[in-house]
Ligand binder design. Sequence first.
Ligand code: MLT
Ligand code: ZN
Length: 469
Amino acid sequence: MGNTPFLDKLSSTLAADRLLTSLDECTTFATDWTKIPGRAIAVALPRATAEVQNILRLCSEFEVAVVPSGGRTGLAGGAVAKKGELVLSLSRMNHMGPVDAAGRNVRVQAGVTTQAVHEHVAPAELTWPIDLASKGSSTIGGNLSTNAGGVRVVHYGMTRKWVTGLQAVTMQGEVLELNQDLQKNNTGYDLIQLLIGSEGTLAVITEATLRLVRRPQHVMTTLLAVNNLPRMIELFANAIRKTGFDILAFEFFSSRCLETVKQKLNRQCRLSVQSPYYLLVEMEGQDSASLKTNVEDWLEEILGSGFVIDGAIAESSADKKQFWSLREGITESIALSGPVKKYDVSVSVNKMAALIADVESFLSSHNFHFDLYLFGHLGDGSPHFNLLKHSKASAEDFEKDATLFESRLFELLKNCSGSISAEHGVGLLKKDWVTFSRSAAELRLYHSIKDAFDPKGLLNPGKIVDPQK
Ligand code: MLT
Ligand code: ZN
Protein backbone atom coordinates (compact mmCIF):
# COMPACT_ATOMS: atom_id res chain seq x y z
CA MET A 1 0.00 0.00 0.00
CA GLY A 2 3.03 2.29 0.02
CA ASN A 3 4.80 4.32 2.70
CA THR A 4 6.11 1.30 4.57
CA PRO A 5 8.26 3.24 7.10
CA PHE A 6 5.19 5.19 8.22
CA LEU A 7 2.99 2.09 8.46
CA ASP A 8 5.71 0.19 10.34
CA LYS A 9 6.01 2.98 12.87
CA LEU A 10 2.22 3.32 13.15
CA SER A 11 1.71 -0.39 13.77
CA SER A 12 4.43 -0.38 16.42
CA THR A 13 2.64 2.54 18.15
CA LEU A 14 -0.90 1.12 18.04
CA ALA A 15 -2.28 -2.18 19.35
CA ALA A 16 -2.90 -4.62 16.47
CA ASP A 17 -6.70 -4.34 16.71
CA ARG A 18 -6.49 -0.55 16.22
CA LEU A 19 -5.15 -0.67 12.66
CA LEU A 20 -6.79 -1.95 9.47
CA THR A 21 -4.82 -2.29 6.26
CA SER A 22 -6.77 -4.69 4.03
CA LEU A 23 -7.91 -3.23 0.71
CA ASP A 24 -11.57 -4.00 1.51
CA GLU A 25 -11.52 -2.28 4.88
CA CYS A 26 -9.56 0.69 3.56
CA THR A 27 -12.02 1.12 0.68
CA THR A 28 -15.04 0.94 3.00
CA PHE A 29 -13.66 3.48 5.46
CA ALA A 30 -12.45 5.79 2.69
CA THR A 31 -15.98 6.78 1.67
CA ASP A 32 -19.28 7.92 3.19
CA TRP A 33 -22.96 8.10 2.19
CA THR A 34 -21.97 10.07 -0.95
CA LYS A 35 -20.37 6.85 -2.27
CA ILE A 36 -17.55 8.95 -3.79
CA PRO A 37 -14.89 6.30 -4.38
CA GLY A 38 -12.03 6.65 -1.92
CA ARG A 39 -8.58 5.27 -1.28
CA ALA A 40 -6.85 5.09 2.11
CA ILE A 41 -3.36 3.96 3.10
CA ALA A 42 -4.78 2.44 6.32
CA VAL A 43 -7.49 2.96 8.94
CA ALA A 44 -6.53 3.81 12.54
CA LEU A 45 -9.17 3.15 15.20
CA PRO A 46 -7.95 4.69 18.47
CA ARG A 47 -9.83 4.27 21.73
CA ALA A 48 -8.29 7.14 23.68
CA THR A 49 -7.20 10.73 23.17
CA ALA A 50 -3.57 9.82 23.88
CA GLU A 51 -3.66 7.43 20.91
CA VAL A 52 -5.05 10.19 18.68
CA GLN A 53 -2.14 12.41 19.80
CA ASN A 54 0.39 9.73 18.88
CA ILE A 55 -1.20 9.11 15.49
CA LEU A 56 -1.30 12.81 14.58
CA ARG A 57 2.30 13.38 15.73
CA LEU A 58 3.39 10.51 13.55
CA CYS A 59 1.43 11.81 10.58
CA SER A 60 3.07 15.21 11.03
CA GLU A 61 6.52 13.65 11.26
CA PHE A 62 6.02 11.55 8.09
CA GLU A 63 3.90 14.22 6.36
CA VAL A 64 1.02 11.80 5.88
CA ALA A 65 -2.42 13.38 5.34
CA VAL A 66 -5.27 12.35 7.66
CA VAL A 67 -9.02 12.20 7.18
CA PRO A 68 -11.00 12.20 10.46
CA SER A 69 -14.01 9.90 10.24
CA GLY A 70 -17.10 9.11 12.34
CA GLY A 71 -20.34 7.38 11.29
CA ARG A 72 -19.63 8.23 7.61
CA THR A 73 -23.21 9.43 7.10
CA GLY A 74 -22.07 12.74 5.56
CA LEU A 75 -23.63 13.88 2.31
CA ALA A 76 -20.96 16.29 1.08
CA GLY A 77 -17.92 14.00 1.07
CA GLY A 78 -16.30 15.61 4.14
CA ALA A 79 -15.06 12.22 5.38
CA VAL A 80 -13.92 10.84 2.03
CA ALA A 81 -10.23 9.93 1.68
CA LYS A 82 -9.54 10.68 -1.97
CA LYS A 83 -5.78 10.39 -2.22
CA GLY A 84 -4.57 7.55 -0.07
CA GLU A 85 -4.71 9.42 3.26
CA LEU A 86 -4.80 7.72 6.65
CA VAL A 87 -8.42 7.44 7.84
CA LEU A 88 -8.60 8.28 11.53
CA SER A 89 -11.86 6.70 12.63
CA LEU A 90 -13.15 7.86 16.01
CA SER A 91 -15.86 5.17 15.96
CA ARG A 92 -14.33 3.16 18.81
CA MET A 93 -14.14 6.18 21.09
CA ASN A 94 -17.64 5.64 22.39
CA HIS A 95 -17.57 6.16 26.13
CA MET A 96 -20.27 8.31 27.77
CA GLY A 97 -19.83 9.91 31.17
CA PRO A 98 -22.53 10.31 33.82
CA VAL A 99 -25.31 12.81 33.19
CA ASP A 100 -24.87 16.03 35.18
CA ALA A 101 -28.51 16.80 35.98
CA ALA A 102 -27.88 20.15 37.70
CA GLY A 103 -25.45 21.36 35.03
CA ARG A 104 -27.65 19.80 32.32
CA ASN A 105 -24.76 18.35 30.39
CA VAL A 106 -22.98 15.12 29.60
CA ARG A 107 -19.42 14.50 28.47
CA VAL A 108 -18.99 11.93 25.71
CA GLN A 109 -16.31 10.70 23.36
CA ALA A 110 -16.57 11.66 19.69
CA GLY A 111 -17.50 8.21 18.37
CA VAL A 112 -20.77 7.88 20.29
CA THR A 113 -23.83 7.84 18.04
CA THR A 114 -26.43 10.60 18.27
CA GLN A 115 -29.06 8.05 19.23
CA ALA A 116 -26.88 6.53 21.97
CA VAL A 117 -26.65 9.99 23.57
CA HIS A 118 -30.45 10.36 23.41
CA GLU A 119 -30.90 6.98 25.08
CA HIS A 120 -28.20 7.64 27.69
CA VAL A 121 -29.73 10.92 28.92
CA ALA A 122 -33.43 9.99 28.59
CA PRO A 123 -33.73 8.41 32.10
CA ALA A 124 -32.84 11.85 33.54
CA GLU A 125 -35.77 13.30 31.51
CA LEU A 126 -33.23 15.22 29.44
CA THR A 127 -32.32 15.19 25.78
CA TRP A 128 -29.64 16.45 23.40
CA PRO A 129 -31.96 18.16 20.97
CA ILE A 130 -30.17 17.39 17.70
CA ASP A 131 -32.34 14.88 15.89
CA LEU A 132 -31.36 13.49 12.50
CA ALA A 133 -32.75 10.82 10.21
CA SER A 134 -29.27 9.23 10.39
CA LYS A 135 -29.12 9.32 14.22
CA GLY A 136 -28.54 5.57 14.57
CA SER A 137 -25.22 5.81 12.70
CA SER A 138 -24.12 9.46 12.80
CA THR A 139 -21.64 10.23 15.57
CA ILE A 140 -21.15 13.22 17.85
CA GLY A 141 -17.77 14.05 16.32
CA GLY A 142 -19.36 14.19 12.86
CA ASN A 143 -22.38 16.14 14.14
CA LEU A 144 -20.05 18.75 15.62
CA SER A 145 -17.61 18.83 12.70
CA THR A 146 -20.45 19.57 10.28
CA ASN A 147 -22.61 21.62 12.66
CA ALA A 148 -25.44 19.21 11.82
CA GLY A 149 -29.03 20.44 11.59
CA GLY A 150 -31.81 17.89 11.36
CA VAL A 151 -35.52 17.90 11.99
CA ARG A 152 -35.78 20.07 15.12
CA VAL A 153 -33.76 23.12 14.11
CA VAL A 154 -36.96 25.13 13.87
CA HIS A 155 -37.29 24.85 17.65
CA TYR A 156 -33.79 24.26 19.01
CA GLY A 157 -31.35 25.59 16.41
CA MET A 158 -28.30 23.77 15.08
CA THR A 159 -25.62 21.69 16.77
CA ARG A 160 -23.39 24.65 17.68
CA LYS A 161 -25.94 25.82 20.25
CA TRP A 162 -25.78 22.54 22.15
CA VAL A 163 -22.11 22.24 23.07
CA THR A 164 -20.47 23.69 26.16
CA GLY A 165 -17.06 22.06 25.94
CA LEU A 166 -14.76 20.41 23.44
CA GLN A 167 -11.59 18.42 23.58
CA ALA A 168 -9.68 18.38 20.30
CA VAL A 169 -6.22 17.32 19.17
CA THR A 170 -4.17 19.44 16.78
CA MET A 171 -1.95 18.10 14.00
CA GLN A 172 1.03 18.78 16.32
CA GLY A 173 -0.48 16.36 18.83
CA GLU A 174 -1.49 19.02 21.37
CA VAL A 175 -4.72 18.52 23.30
CA LEU A 176 -7.01 21.56 23.37
CA GLU A 177 -9.31 21.32 26.39
CA LEU A 178 -11.88 24.00 25.62
CA ASN A 179 -14.18 25.21 28.36
CA GLN A 180 -15.44 21.81 29.65
CA ASP A 181 -18.77 22.55 31.36
CA LEU A 182 -18.83 26.26 32.22
CA GLN A 183 -22.00 28.11 31.31
CA LYS A 184 -20.15 31.42 31.32
CA ASN A 185 -16.63 32.03 30.10
CA ASN A 186 -15.89 35.33 28.37
CA THR A 187 -12.13 35.07 28.00
CA GLY A 188 -11.53 35.91 24.37
CA TYR A 189 -11.90 34.08 21.07
CA ASP A 190 -14.30 31.16 21.01
CA LEU A 191 -12.30 28.25 19.60
CA ILE A 192 -15.17 25.86 20.27
CA GLN A 193 -17.36 27.68 17.79
CA LEU A 194 -14.48 27.86 15.32
CA LEU A 195 -13.96 24.10 15.42
CA ILE A 196 -17.68 23.33 15.14
CA GLY A 197 -18.50 23.21 11.43
CA SER A 198 -14.82 23.16 10.39
CA GLU A 199 -15.26 19.62 8.99
CA GLY A 200 -12.14 18.21 10.62
CA THR A 201 -9.83 20.59 8.77
CA LEU A 202 -8.43 22.35 11.86
CA ALA A 203 -8.21 19.75 14.65
CA VAL A 204 -9.67 16.35 15.49
CA ILE A 205 -12.56 16.49 17.97
CA THR A 206 -12.11 13.71 20.52
CA GLU A 207 -14.61 14.56 23.29
CA ALA A 208 -17.47 16.98 23.86
CA THR A 209 -19.53 18.25 26.74
CA LEU A 210 -23.04 18.42 25.34
CA ARG A 211 -25.67 20.81 26.60
CA LEU A 212 -28.93 19.09 27.44
CA VAL A 213 -32.51 20.28 27.70
CA ARG A 214 -35.67 18.93 29.37
CA ARG A 215 -37.16 16.16 27.25
CA PRO A 216 -40.46 17.28 25.66
CA GLN A 217 -43.20 15.66 27.74
CA HIS A 218 -46.39 16.20 25.77
CA VAL A 219 -45.93 15.88 22.04
CA MET A 220 -48.38 15.45 19.19
CA THR A 221 -47.52 14.62 15.59
CA THR A 222 -49.69 15.40 12.56
CA LEU A 223 -49.48 14.59 8.89
CA LEU A 224 -51.10 17.01 6.45
CA ALA A 225 -51.76 16.92 2.71
CA VAL A 226 -51.38 20.40 1.22
CA ASN A 227 -52.02 21.47 -2.35
CA ASN A 228 -50.12 24.74 -2.48
CA LEU A 229 -46.54 25.60 -1.55
CA PRO A 230 -46.83 29.34 -0.77
CA ARG A 231 -49.80 28.51 1.45
CA MET A 232 -47.64 25.98 3.29
CA ILE A 233 -45.36 28.85 4.33
CA GLU A 234 -48.40 30.87 5.48
CA LEU A 235 -49.48 27.83 7.44
CA PHE A 236 -46.11 27.76 9.17
CA ALA A 237 -46.35 31.47 10.03
CA ASN A 238 -49.83 30.82 11.39
CA ALA A 239 -48.72 27.79 13.43
CA ILE A 240 -45.79 29.53 15.15
CA ARG A 241 -48.11 32.35 16.22
CA LYS A 242 -50.42 29.96 18.06
CA THR A 243 -50.15 30.04 21.82
CA GLY A 244 -51.54 26.57 22.56
CA PHE A 245 -48.41 24.71 21.47
CA ASP A 246 -44.79 25.11 20.36
CA ILE A 247 -43.66 23.79 16.98
CA LEU A 248 -40.93 21.13 17.38
CA ALA A 249 -40.73 20.16 13.70
CA PHE A 250 -42.21 21.48 10.46
CA GLU A 251 -41.04 19.22 7.65
CA PHE A 252 -42.28 18.87 4.08
CA PHE A 253 -42.00 16.46 1.17
CA SER A 254 -43.42 16.17 -2.33
CA SER A 255 -45.77 13.44 -3.51
CA ARG A 256 -42.92 11.95 -5.56
CA CYS A 257 -40.89 11.48 -2.34
CA LEU A 258 -43.87 9.89 -0.61
CA GLU A 259 -44.51 7.47 -3.46
CA THR A 260 -40.85 6.40 -3.51
CA VAL A 261 -40.72 5.79 0.25
CA LYS A 262 -43.92 3.72 0.05
CA GLN A 263 -42.65 1.73 -2.88
CA LYS A 264 -38.98 1.22 -2.02
CA LEU A 265 -39.31 0.76 1.74
CA ASN A 266 -42.79 -0.72 1.78
CA ARG A 267 -44.20 1.95 4.11
CA GLN A 268 -47.85 2.87 4.59
CA CYS A 269 -49.34 6.36 4.69
CA ARG A 270 -52.50 7.07 6.73
CA LEU A 271 -53.57 9.76 4.25
CA SER A 272 -55.08 8.26 1.12
CA VAL A 273 -55.61 11.54 -0.71
CA GLN A 274 -53.14 12.48 -3.48
CA SER A 275 -51.59 15.88 -2.98
CA PRO A 276 -48.54 17.73 -4.38
CA TYR A 277 -47.07 18.21 -0.88
CA TYR A 278 -47.21 16.73 2.58
CA LEU A 279 -46.28 18.26 5.91
CA LEU A 280 -45.15 16.54 9.06
CA VAL A 281 -45.77 18.88 11.97
CA GLU A 282 -44.81 18.06 15.55
CA MET A 283 -46.00 20.13 18.49
CA GLU A 284 -45.27 20.29 22.20
CA GLY A 285 -47.78 21.46 24.84
CA GLN A 286 -48.03 22.10 28.57
CA ASP A 287 -50.21 19.07 29.29
CA SER A 288 -51.72 16.37 27.13
CA ALA A 289 -55.38 17.44 27.46
CA SER A 290 -54.91 21.07 26.45
CA LEU A 291 -52.42 20.10 23.74
CA LYS A 292 -54.94 17.70 22.22
CA THR A 293 -57.69 20.34 22.24
CA ASN A 294 -55.41 23.01 20.76
CA VAL A 295 -54.07 20.74 18.01
CA GLU A 296 -57.57 19.53 17.10
CA ASP A 297 -58.86 23.12 16.97
CA TRP A 298 -55.96 24.11 14.74
CA LEU A 299 -56.56 21.16 12.46
CA GLU A 300 -60.25 21.99 12.16
CA GLU A 301 -59.37 25.59 11.30
CA ILE A 302 -56.83 24.69 8.59
CA LEU A 303 -58.85 21.85 7.11
CA GLY A 304 -61.54 24.42 6.35
CA SER A 305 -59.02 26.57 4.45
CA GLY A 306 -59.26 24.76 1.12
CA PHE A 307 -55.53 24.19 0.72
CA VAL A 308 -55.02 21.65 3.50
CA ILE A 309 -56.93 18.82 1.89
CA ASP A 310 -56.48 16.11 4.49
CA GLY A 311 -54.89 15.62 7.88
CA ALA A 312 -54.26 12.95 10.49
CA ILE A 313 -53.10 12.98 14.09
CA ALA A 314 -50.83 10.24 15.42
CA GLU A 315 -52.94 8.47 18.07
CA SER A 316 -50.22 6.14 19.34
CA SER A 317 -46.46 5.86 19.39
CA ALA A 318 -46.76 3.35 16.53
CA ASP A 319 -48.62 5.99 14.46
CA LYS A 320 -45.99 8.56 15.29
CA LYS A 321 -43.24 6.19 14.26
CA GLN A 322 -45.05 5.51 11.00
CA PHE A 323 -45.49 9.22 10.21
CA TRP A 324 -41.80 9.86 10.87
CA SER A 325 -40.75 6.80 8.88
CA LEU A 326 -42.22 8.47 5.78
CA ARG A 327 -40.09 11.57 6.24
CA GLU A 328 -36.98 9.83 7.54
CA GLY A 329 -37.04 7.15 4.82
CA ILE A 330 -36.76 9.63 1.94
CA THR A 331 -32.94 9.69 1.69
CA GLU A 332 -32.68 5.89 1.74
CA SER A 333 -35.52 5.33 -0.72
CA ILE A 334 -34.07 7.79 -3.24
CA ALA A 335 -30.60 6.25 -2.84
CA LEU A 336 -32.15 2.86 -3.62
CA SER A 337 -33.68 4.26 -6.81
CA GLY A 338 -30.53 5.21 -8.72
CA PRO A 339 -27.77 7.83 -8.95
CA VAL A 340 -28.71 11.01 -7.14
CA LYS A 341 -27.31 14.54 -6.81
CA LYS A 342 -28.17 16.36 -3.60
CA TYR A 343 -28.54 20.09 -3.06
CA ASP A 344 -29.11 21.09 0.54
CA VAL A 345 -29.65 24.82 0.46
CA SER A 346 -30.88 27.57 2.70
CA VAL A 347 -32.90 30.73 2.19
CA SER A 348 -34.98 32.87 4.51
CA VAL A 349 -38.33 31.16 5.06
CA ASN A 350 -40.27 33.97 3.42
CA LYS A 351 -38.26 33.60 0.18
CA MET A 352 -38.54 29.83 -0.02
CA ALA A 353 -41.69 29.60 -2.14
CA ALA A 354 -40.25 32.05 -4.70
CA LEU A 355 -36.97 30.09 -4.87
CA ILE A 356 -38.80 26.80 -5.44
CA ALA A 357 -41.05 28.42 -8.09
CA ASP A 358 -37.94 29.75 -9.90
CA VAL A 359 -36.30 26.32 -9.78
CA GLU A 360 -39.44 24.64 -11.09
CA SER A 361 -39.81 27.11 -13.93
CA PHE A 362 -36.14 26.54 -14.88
CA LEU A 363 -36.75 22.78 -14.87
CA SER A 364 -39.86 23.03 -17.02
CA SER A 365 -37.97 25.04 -19.66
CA HIS A 366 -35.46 22.19 -20.14
CA ASN A 367 -35.64 18.53 -21.01
CA PHE A 368 -33.40 17.27 -18.25
CA HIS A 369 -32.42 13.64 -17.75
CA PHE A 370 -33.53 13.59 -14.11
CA ASP A 371 -36.55 14.02 -11.85
CA LEU A 372 -36.67 16.43 -8.95
CA TYR A 373 -37.36 15.04 -5.48
CA LEU A 374 -38.14 17.93 -3.19
CA PHE A 375 -38.28 17.69 0.59
CA GLY A 376 -36.75 19.24 3.67
CA HIS A 377 -37.11 21.51 6.63
CA LEU A 378 -39.75 24.08 5.76
CA GLY A 379 -39.61 25.82 9.12
CA ASP A 380 -35.87 26.50 8.66
CA GLY A 381 -36.04 27.65 5.02
CA SER A 382 -33.99 24.59 4.14
CA PRO A 383 -35.28 22.71 1.09
CA HIS A 384 -33.42 19.68 -0.24
CA PHE A 385 -33.39 19.47 -4.04
CA ASN A 386 -32.50 15.90 -4.99
CA LEU A 387 -32.02 14.99 -8.65
CA LEU A 388 -32.57 11.36 -9.55
CA LYS A 389 -31.21 10.17 -12.89
CA HIS A 390 -33.78 8.85 -15.35
CA SER A 391 -33.21 5.12 -15.55
CA LYS A 392 -32.47 5.19 -19.29
CA ALA A 393 -30.27 8.31 -19.26
CA SER A 394 -26.52 8.02 -19.60
CA ALA A 395 -24.25 8.99 -16.73
CA GLU A 396 -22.71 11.72 -18.94
CA ASP A 397 -26.08 13.33 -19.75
CA PHE A 398 -27.02 13.25 -16.06
CA GLU A 399 -23.73 14.89 -15.05
CA LYS A 400 -24.09 17.56 -17.71
CA ASP A 401 -27.67 18.37 -16.73
CA ALA A 402 -26.90 18.39 -13.01
CA THR A 403 -24.01 20.81 -13.60
CA LEU A 404 -26.35 23.15 -15.47
CA PHE A 405 -28.97 22.86 -12.73
CA GLU A 406 -26.36 23.47 -10.05
CA SER A 407 -25.12 26.71 -11.65
CA ARG A 408 -28.65 28.04 -12.00
CA LEU A 409 -29.64 27.04 -8.48
CA PHE A 410 -26.57 28.67 -6.93
CA GLU A 411 -27.11 31.82 -8.97
CA LEU A 412 -30.71 31.98 -7.74
CA LEU A 413 -29.42 31.53 -4.20
CA LYS A 414 -26.92 34.31 -4.58
CA ASN A 415 -29.69 36.61 -5.80
CA CYS A 416 -31.74 35.95 -2.69
CA SER A 417 -28.79 35.90 -0.23
CA GLY A 418 -29.20 32.18 0.40
CA SER A 419 -26.58 29.57 1.17
CA ILE A 420 -25.32 26.69 -1.02
CA SER A 421 -25.07 24.44 2.02
CA ALA A 422 -27.60 24.59 4.82
CA GLU A 423 -26.60 21.65 6.98
CA HIS A 424 -24.58 19.07 5.03
CA GLY A 425 -21.38 21.12 4.89
CA VAL A 426 -18.92 21.77 2.08
CA GLY A 427 -16.79 18.63 1.98
CA LEU A 428 -15.58 17.78 -1.51
CA LEU A 429 -18.86 18.30 -3.30
CA LYS A 430 -19.50 21.98 -2.64
CA LYS A 431 -15.91 23.18 -2.39
CA ASP A 432 -15.83 24.85 -5.78
CA TRP A 433 -18.76 26.99 -4.72
CA VAL A 434 -17.26 28.29 -1.47
CA THR A 435 -15.37 30.96 -3.38
CA PHE A 436 -18.68 31.90 -5.01
CA SER A 437 -20.43 32.32 -1.67
CA ARG A 438 -17.70 33.92 0.47
CA SER A 439 -16.02 37.28 -0.01
CA ALA A 440 -12.29 37.65 -0.76
CA ALA A 441 -11.77 39.02 2.75
CA GLU A 442 -13.49 36.00 4.31
CA LEU A 443 -11.43 33.60 2.21
CA ARG A 444 -8.18 35.30 3.24
CA LEU A 445 -9.13 34.73 6.86
CA TYR A 446 -10.08 31.11 6.11
CA HIS A 447 -6.57 30.50 4.75
CA SER A 448 -4.90 32.21 7.71
CA ILE A 449 -6.94 30.14 10.18
CA LYS A 450 -6.14 26.91 8.33
CA ASP A 451 -2.41 27.81 8.30
CA ALA A 452 -2.42 28.59 12.01
CA PHE A 453 -3.84 25.17 12.92
CA ASP A 454 -2.37 23.01 10.19
CA PRO A 455 0.62 24.69 8.51
CA LYS A 456 1.54 21.57 6.52
CA GLY A 457 -2.01 21.18 5.17
CA LEU A 458 -2.25 17.55 6.30
CA LEU A 459 -5.64 17.56 8.03
CA ASN A 460 -8.59 16.60 5.86
CA PRO A 461 -6.98 18.06 2.74
CA GLY A 462 -9.16 19.20 -0.15
CA LYS A 463 -12.13 20.00 2.10
CA ILE A 464 -13.68 23.49 2.44
CA VAL A 465 -10.73 25.34 0.82
CA ASP A 466 -7.62 24.35 -1.09
CA PRO A 467 -4.24 25.55 0.19
CA GLN A 468 -3.15 28.90 -1.25
CA LYS A 469 -0.90 28.59 -4.25
C1 MLT B 1 -32.64 14.99 5.68
O1 MLT B 1 -33.16 16.09 5.86
O2 MLT B 1 -33.31 13.93 5.68
C2 MLT B 1 -31.15 14.92 5.60
O3 MLT B 1 -30.59 16.18 5.49
C3 MLT B 1 -30.67 13.96 4.59
C4 MLT B 1 -30.86 14.33 3.15
O4 MLT B 1 -30.90 15.51 2.81
O5 MLT B 1 -30.91 13.42 2.32
ZN1 ZN C 1 -31.94 17.72 6.00
